[in-house]
Design a protein around this ligand. Structure first.
Ligand SMILES: Cc1cc2nc3c(=O)[nH]c(=O)nc-3n(C[C@H](O)[C@H](O)[C@H](O)COP(=O)(O)O)c2cc1C
Length: 219
């Protein structure tokens, strides 16, 4: 039987959850290979639909490849700004990635051949994506506990990244992850500090039995 968590172990779990931040500012010091290995193993211990383990983690070590990935993120950043209309200039001022400064760039991808996995996915095929997100969150929390920052970048052209990384048909990149040492962790979400968005009250996200008639009030 697994032992119960003692108070300080339980507090540490909550601390990692509350103090995890999406980081976009990094310092260049390398990540200890043993720490990186622990983080990858933490990702690999995430829950997954039907124990499918659909995550494929690609470590980018070629400088040219990192630059090429950054270029697709930059062009998507501009396209996103253009699509935002009124908030274009406000968005352009935000720092949305730290790909050129971070010690490690990882690309988290969905495996190919996912159609063979039906358990838990017959009506909800996107549960493979949900499982990859669980792996990313494990990595994120473990990185915070190791004193490392991580940033999730989802501004990219999927086919460009697929081609750059020679992914087979059916495989699909989900996230570009920037990982590395930071000077300090933001004390709140950077998008909150920059007044882009703020955390909703918990009560607006928790319903009992019925979706309330005014349940879309947050929109
Ligand atoms: C699925 C997903 C995609 C994200 N993509 C980006 C991104 O492309 N660029 C970025 O700056 N932040 C990205 N983020 C980070 C969010 O902006 C961040 O989680 C949110 O603002 C709350 O801040 P916190 O993570 O520090 O609590 C992403 C987060 C998630 C979960």
């Amino acid at each position: 039987m697994a032992k119960p968590f003692n108070d300080s172990e339980r507090d540490a779990v909550y601390r990692a959850i509350y103090e995890r931040r999406d980081m976009r500012h990094f310092v260049r010091d390398p990540v200890d290979p043993a720490v990186l290995q622990r983080l990858l193993d933490a990702a690999h211990h995430a829950p997954s639909v039907g124990f499918m383990q659909p995550w494929r983690i690609m470590r980018i070590t070629e400088a040219g490849l990192r630059t090429a990935l950054h270029a697709t993120v930059e062009s998507e950043r501009i396209a996103t700004a253009d699509a935002l209309g009124k908030r274009r200039e406000e968005f352009m001022k935000l720092k949305v990635e730290g790909m050129l400064e971070c010690a490690e760039v990882l690309v988290m991808a969905l495996m190919d051949g996912r159609e063979r996995h039906i358990f838990g996915r017959r009506t909800l095929p996107e549960m493979d994506l949900a499982s990859v997100a669980c792996a990313i969150q494990n990595l994120w929390l473990a990185a915070r506990a190791e004193g490392l920052g991580m940033g999730w970048v989802s501004l990219f052209d999927v086919d460009t990244v697929r081609e750059l990384l020679h992914m087979p048909n059916g495989a699909r990149p989900v996230a570009i992850l920037c990982l590395g040492h930071v000077d300090e962790f933001y004390s709140e979400p950077m998008l909150e500090t920059e007044r882009w968005a703020s955390r909703m009250p918990l009560a607006e996200c928790v319903f009992e039995n019925r979706w309330p008639a005014d349940g879309d009030a947050a929109k």
